[in-house]
Design a protein around this ligand. Sequence first.
Ligand SMILES: [Zn+2]
Length: 389
Amino acid sequence: MTAAPRRAAATPRGAAEATAAGRPARAIGAAPRRAEHPRLARLLHRHHRPAAAVAVAAVATLAGLALPNLAPGGPSAVPAGTLPRLWTPTTPASPDSVTTFYAAGAFATPQTGGMRMVPSMRGPLTGKVIVIDPGHNGRYSRSINERNYYTYGAGWRPCVQAGTTTYTNVTEHTIVWQVANRVVPLLLARGATVVLTRPDDDGYGPCNNERPEIANREGASLFLSLHVDGNEDKTLRGFYVAHSTKMAGGEGVQAASAAAAQIVARHLLNRTSLPGSNYVGQPGNPVYVRTDLAVLDGIRGAPAVLIESGNSRSPADVAYLTGADTQQEYAAALAAAAEEIVLTLPADLAAGPSSASPAAPPEASRPPTTSTPSPLPTATPAPVASPSP
Ligand SMILES: [Zn+2]
């Protein structure tokens, strides 16, 4: 055996085409034969609404969220010419959608992933695909999640680690899943197609080397990876935005990612009460440059950033990240940032180096699988100088 992942890496199965289990994906708008997901089944049974409303509601329902009312009306004009310092988000609307959900458990193996949602209305981001990566997974298995995979830039890395847990015992994977689900309808309302790298908060999800490939296959215009940092010092708090200078897409993608990080940081600073980090980056500029983030380094054609949304040991950060209103505020700032990034940064970034992804080194150089992982829930504290997602 080579050290290559056991999965069929060349399988061109797009996230929208089929489930990992080989079952055909089912559109919500179509007559439901049998809902694989019990909560989705209940939703479909109860609501005979237009597909658009069902789609958005389903996203919120799966996350246990209340939705803001989306005002009807035509798509708003995209501002032209000089952009304001703080992007003014548009509020488009108009109906129609076909949304595909995957059955819970469809991604019990970590090698594929994604839940693709087609917008319910036209808007400034019509035709654009945004990939949101809620970090980590709902479940953790040593045999799956500690297996090493070769990743561009970062080298051999475990599939995906458990993530941190707040001092109040809320897991990182759930916080970022909730935030992601709040972002989704805001982007759909702008006309974007949104892909989540995992379909639920109850599975093993894709590995970190696969998540950027989802964005690559989708031809995404933006990749946002959401995390919460785990620093044991409870006085350390605030968000920071990481970008990579060692990406498969090369210099154009790296430059766009650096610009995207600045845009995200600016929106979060201006639109939320969440402060910038007091331990990473610079005051007023909580941006962190990395070369070893597997989940970003594999990106070939889109700006990509990773946001550490706060510190899981900081009472103030935890209160912010677990509160419904503050989560919504955070999501709205992310959506506004996403809109600015997609509409203002260069669109054609796909011309990276043709040999972007190096072949994995020989098996002999492969390090042993990481030592004994701790069971969930477990904090993964990061040193100040090198926080880990
Ligand atoms: Zn994380």
